[in-house]
Design a protein around this ligand. Structure first.
Ligand code: CTP
Length: 398
């Protein structure tokens, strides 16, 4: 199930170099099931052609207030009447001025003024233009008017300067759009999540780790944030970007993850342990790189058990509502249920290790006192949204 299926979005472009990012955004919106009508200002058409967006969307692109194709010849009314959201990306400083003052001198500004649906904008401009007092006044006015501002981001700008003003990346804008439509079933909840692998040092250059990519935990963090939760993600090393609106704390070892979780878990409503925590660490990691020497005698490593973070949190007085994961090579329902009881958690989510490591699509089973439930197979994002919906439902029913 795509998060944007059935949604109609008007994607407006104004004249900035970041227009190229909106071509990618359009594709990603369509991938998630949205129907997108593109409206471009004359300046936007200087940066990228309407033909590009027509080819990508497979739909006509609108640039002219006097376009006679829509019913009643009223593009500025008809384009938004069956739409759910207008997204203007990039939004220039000049366009923000027009929006803030209710100016309507072209198709995009006119349809924004004549809208009865939410408006989201992604500002994009030079850092001095963004910091300028008129722009900041306009940004505040637009927020007061209920316009959703996403970004701008910080970094190197097309003009060569560095600072705030870049348009946010298409992925981040997409997350904000999905978030906008997601029911806020976790509003007001504080959720702590562990994700990724842990790395246990053998010596300064070698570690013991596992094949967890962190994707499932990150997808759950993203889905929980989109459902309105305040989310903290304690993450082992991964190459994934931090999900939008999520606070990430990076750790390396199981002991660090344990210490971090234990020091902050009080005050959280829900704890979701997705991390593939190493069960053992090396008892005697070498402070010097181990040498092969004669190559005949392998290093003498001894192991010590790591603390069980999930079981430790679940056993706390006033523990948050705990959810665990069990990635097994064979899913035996009786064994998974026994693991749930051993960990002392109300919900344990089982999946097949071969169906979760190194893949983007997965399937999971929920184990609780009320029995076993299989969720619909799909992308990790879709499965994460189903998991978050189940957690929210079960948390409120407890
Ligand atoms: N977990 C944890 N701390 C550990 C080990 C595991 O918090 N030291 C959590 C995982 O994040 C997961 C759950 O416990 O949510 C189950 O992990 P798993 O490795 O399947 O459990 P183990 O107790 O290690 O059982 P097994 O003997 O099957 O490895």
């Amino acid at each position: 199930m795509n998060p944007l299926s059935g949604k109609r979005i008007v994607l407006g472009l104004t004249g900035g170099i970041a227009c190229y990012k909106s071509a990618e955004l359009l594709r990603r919106l369509m991938d998630l099931g949205a129907t997108v009508d593109v409206v471009m200002t004359a300046s936007a058409s200087e940066f990228i052609t309407p033909l590009t967006f027509q080819a990508l969307s497979g739909r006509p692109v609108f640039t002219d207030l006097w376009d006679s194709r829509p019913d009643n010849n009223m593009a500025h009314i008809n384009l938004t009447r069956s739409a759910d959201l207008i997204v203007v990306a990039p939004a220039t400083a000049n366009f923000m001025t027009k929006l803030a003052h209710g100016s309507a001198d072209d198709l995009l500004s006119t349809l924004c003024l004549a809208r009865a649906i939410p408006l989201m904008i992604a500002p994009a401009m030079n850092k001095e233009m963004w910091q300028a007092r008129p722009t900041q006044r306009n940004a505040n006015q637009l927020r007061d008017d209920g316009v959703i501002l996403v970004g701008p981001a910080s970094g190197i700008q097309a003009c060569g300067e560095t600072g705030d003003g870049r348009m946010v990346e298409p992925n981040d804008l997409l997350a904000a759009i999905v978030s906008h439509f997601e029911p806020k079933i976790m509003a007001g909840l504080n959720v702590l999540i562990t994700a990724g692998p842990t790395c246990e040092p053998i010596d300064p250059v070698r570690v013991l780790t596992n094949r967890s990519s962190g994707k499932t935990g990150y997808a759950i963090a993203q889905a929980a944030a989109q459902a309105g939760a305040r989310v903290t993600l304690v993450s082992g090393p991964t190459s994934l970007p931090c999900p939008v609106d999520v606070t990430r704390i990076d750790v390396q070892t199981a002991l660090q993850m344990h210490e971090c979780v234990m020091s902050m878990v009080a005050g959280y409503d829900i704890f979701i342990a997705v991390a593939a925590v190493a069960d053992w660490r090396i008892d005697n990691p070498s402070s010097e790189k181990l040498k092969k020497n004669d190559g005949l005698s392998p290093p003498d490593l001894s192991f010590v058990l790591n603390p069980d973070i999930l079981a430790g949190v679940a056993a706390m007085p006033n523990a948050p509502w705990c959810v665990g994961f069990a990635a097994e090579t064979t899913l035996n329902p009786d064994e998974v249920e026994r693991k749930r009881q051993r960990k002392g958690v109300p919900l344990l989510i089982g999946n097949l290790a071969q169906e979760v490591m190194d893949v983007d699509h997965t399937t999971v089973e929920l184990y609780s006192a009320s029995g076993r439930q299989v969720l619909e197979r799909g992308s990790k994002q879709w499965v994460a949204r189903q998991i978050v919906a189940e957690i929210a439902k079960r948390f409120t029913q407890q």
